[in-house]
Design a protein around this ligand. Structure first.
Ligand SMILES: [Ca+2]
Length: 367
């Protein structure tokens, strides 16, 4: 849950669809289409507004394809794209083409009285003879009114999304093979390390630690991690994602432990009990030697309780109180999650601070 509010740096292969000329079938054919919008924190999957369906239907009609919409129930029991696509194909009968439209909508920020949303869409399409392609993308949307939510955001992005459907279907109808993903040549994966709980390589930095206390620190550190890199690699992983290692609150809060590292106090310094910058540099070098990658986890949504920034920069926080309605998109972004002081990231100064902190830890920038 806490990790959801943090930043990790991930490189993905997007737009793996080769560009081909506009396609139109000589004879009209059916395309089986399924829509699903994943809910955020609560609720059931739902179908997008008619504005999107209408735009996509018009686009497909332009390809001489007749839409047969598959009911949401046919795929809603599945959570993964591959499973949904298989379920869609199963109920598509003789339709020579299938199209799956998956969406998730996020409230992003409130700025100058307007509401910024992100509409994330993954399109997956295939011909009956197997050629399949996918296109994941995000479209930012500005809405003017508080009562406008997920449906209005999707409707606002309908034209852009239907255009992407057209390009994707051009590729599928032309039989173009998707460009292989860069990572496909070698299996890979991300191994997440809860640094305090992974391996204790240096007992001199333990401070107050007790493995008997489930909420206490257990002594894990970067040195212990470095000593286990061969083991992590032997499991088939090529990337290590660390729980936050930055200066943080270390005292318990309402009985809950701080060992996870998500109660950051200072993103520009390392927490001494995990090891210093020399050890971080050594970790990087050991990972490089194994052709492995490192992901650092920066908590950008909030600071830890009693963080010094609350005193030195009191204007940097929303101070709207805790979240009381988990279905209220504005509260989710602007209010304190479980009492953790919420950064006003829409302020230029706050944004610059967080960006600077992120850049601080890029390789070759640690001075
Ligand atoms: Ca230790």
């Amino acid at each position: 849950m806490r990790a959801f509010f943090s930043l990790v740096l991930i490189v993905t292969c997007l737009g793996c669809i080769p560009k081909v000329p506009r396609q139109r079938l000589a004879e009209r054919a059916k395309v089986s289409v399924a829509y699903i919008v994943d809910p955020g924190y609560a609720g059931q999957p739902f179908t997008p507004p008619d504005a999107l369906k209408k735009a996509i239907t018009a686009e497909l009609d332009d390809h001489n394809l007749e839409v047969v919409e598959v009911p949401l129930e046919a795929i809603s029991a599945q959570r993964l794209t591959d499973s949904r696509f298989d379920a869609l194909k199963k109920v598509s009968g003789e339709a020579p083409f299938v199209l799956l439209v998956e969406q998730r909508v996020h409230f992003f920020s409130q700025l100058d009285g307007r509401y910024r949303w992100e509409v994330a869409t993954t399109l997956t399409a295939a011909r009956a003879d197997g050629a399949r392609a996918s296109d994941p993308f995000e479209i930012p949307v500005i809405l003017l009114f508080d009562h406008e939510k997920e449906r209005e955001a999707i409707a606002a992005a309908a034209s852009d999304i239907s255009n992407r459907v057209g390009v994707l279907m051009d590729g599928v109808m032309a039989g173009a093979s998707p460009v292989p993903k860069a990572a496909a040549a070698r299996p890979s994966g991300i191994y997440f390390v809860m640094v305090d709980r992974f391996a204790n390589g240096d007992r001199s930095n333990d401070g107050a630690a007790s493995v008997e206390d489930p909420q206490g620190f257990h002594g894990g550190d970067l040195k212990g991690l470095i000593e286990h890199l061969d083991w992590i690699q032997s499991l088939g992983f090529d990337t290590v994602w660390l729980s936050p290692i930055f200066k943080m609150r270390t005292e318990k809060w309402h009985g809950f432990g701080a060992f996870h590292g998500y109660w950051t106090w200072d993103l520009a310094a390392l927490e001494p009990r995990f090891g210093g910058e020399l050890l971080l540099a050594q970790l990087r070098s050991e990972l490089d030697r194994r052709n492995m990658k490192l992901m650092l986890d920066l908590v950008l949504n909030h600071v830890g309780p009693d963080a010094p920034l609350l005193t030195s920069k009191p204007g940097w926080f929303h101070k709207r109180g805790g979240v009381t309605d988990w279905n209220d998109a504005t509260q989710l972004v602007m209010n304190d999650v479980h009492g953790l002081p919420d950064f006003a990231t829409e302020q230029d100064e706050v944004f610059a601070y967080l960006l600077g902190a992120a850049r601080r830890w890029l390789p070759g920038r640690s001075t």
